[in-house]
Design a binder for this molecule. Structure first.
Ligand code: SF4
Length: 383
């Protein structure tokens, strides 16, 4: 097998930050595979800051693609045909020229196993016509390309220009018949930086090419805030937050700018599911206020798939996970199951995808109308 990026030795891997050594990790929108790490694009808000990998600006491999796929499909969190998978969404760019062969090797390996799972591939890189042909050869996987586009033109924040992602989105969306789906991943939206009426109009224009559009804010975590300060980049907020930040007034303006669009979503899983003609795999339908911008046909699809699990259902699904042995179901409503006793977020995402129903942690209550976003920029509302 071709290995265009260098393979690290065991010693080198052991010296990586602990979380970076974890090649399979559950993140909110899916089980994430990250055996290639390192990226040269240098976006200031990159999540690599939070994994101790910011200095890794060239891709390296922690194992072969075949081994990585084996780790993924044999992982206790992986359920064939059910678990949404995200490829290289944490530490590298899947279409960097050196990484691209690995991206295709993984997709093709999974597809040869006749798996029908969702696979999300997030990119801002230049794509080529031969990427269309190669992706069209996949027969089973439900592949979605999400094009990260912000319209930010401050090179300190995004050295790699946003128009490349816009062009890639147009290229990849152009074929009328294709096996994969395209999403305009409009992010990060930051007040005062890329939220003028012109920015909103440009995103709206671009969204016409995509199968669906998601808008979302900035993960402004402590490590990213430090980097902003150290590099003299204007700080967008006074506070950092666990969740992504989209202030209320900005959301209103986005909805107004897209008032004639029928494929705008607040949640990644909603956009991806819609693009494939399927109900939301994260079961957001119970959070009714999320769905007020959703096309009617999609609402009906999600309504038809919606159910409310019982306490027994939750425990039964959790019984395969040793780390869920202290799980307690605190409450179940039509919106979500509220649980306690889970040390990390990963098993909660497993439960959510296995149940296709929202599972919230008692320690992190969700507020009405805030759609799982950070509190910054929202007026007080009751939970
Ligand atoms: S109906 Fe609601 S849950 Fe389903 S895709 Fe639309 S917004 Fe998401």
């Amino acid at each position: 097998m071709i290995t265009p990026v260098p393979l690290l030795s065991k010693d080198q891997i052991n010296r990586l930050p602990e979380r970076a050594q974890e090649v399979v990790e559950y993140r909110k929108s899916g089980l994430s595979l990250n055996h290639i790490q390192g990226c040269s694009l240098g976006c200031a808000y990159c999540i690599r800051h939070t994994y101790g990998l910011w200095d890794a600006n060239q891709p390296v491999a922690l194992m072969s693609d075949a081994q990585a796929v084996e780790e993924l499909v044999s992982h206790r969190y992986f359920q064939p045909h059910v678990t949404p998978v995200q490829l290289f969404n944490r530490a590298t760019e899947p279409f960097l020229p050196k990484v691209r062969p690995h991206t295709f090797a993984v997709l093709e390996d999974l597809d040869e196993r006749e798996l029908t799972n969702h696979v999300l591939v997030i990119t801002r890189h230049q794509l080529k016509p031969y990427d269309i042909d190669r992706l069209n050869q996949l027969r089973h996987l439900k592949v979605t390309l999400l094009f990260t586009y912000s319209g930010i033109d401050n090179e300190k924040i995004e050295p790699y220009p946003s128009h490349v992602a816009a062009d890639s989105l147009k290229l990849m969306s152009a074929p009328s018949v294709r096996k994969y789906r395209t999403v305009l991943y409009w992010r990060p939206l930051v007040p005062g930086l890329n939220d003028t009426d012109e920015h909103l109009a440009a995103a709206h224009e671009l969204s016409k090419h995509a199968d669906a559009t998601v808008f979302t804010g900035l993960f402004y975590r402590a490590q990213i805030a430090e980097y902003y300060k150290a590099n003299g980049i204007p700080e967008p907020y006074d506070n950092t937050a666990r969740r992504k930040i989209v202030p209320e007034t900005l959301e209103r303006r986005v909805l107004d700018a897209f008032s004639h669009s029928s494929a705008l979503f607040r949640k990644t899983s909603c956009a991806v599911s819609y693009a494939h003609g399927l109900p939301d795999y994260n079961g957001h339908y119970g959070i009714r206020e999320l769905c007020d911008i959703c096309p009617l046909s999609q609402l009906e699809l999600c309504a038809g798939a919606h159910w409310t699990p019982t306490v027994e259902d939750v425990h039964q699904v959790a019984s395969v996970l040793p780390e869920a042995s202290n799980l307690k179901v605190v409450d179940i409503t039509e919106r979500a199951v509220v649980v306690s006793g889970l040390e990390t977020e990963q098993p909660r995402y497993f439960l959510q995808h296995a149940l296709r129903f929202q599972v919230h942690d008692e320690r992190h209550p969700h507020h009405a109308n805030r759609h799982g976003r950070a509190d910054i920029g929202w007026k007080e509302t009751s939970a």
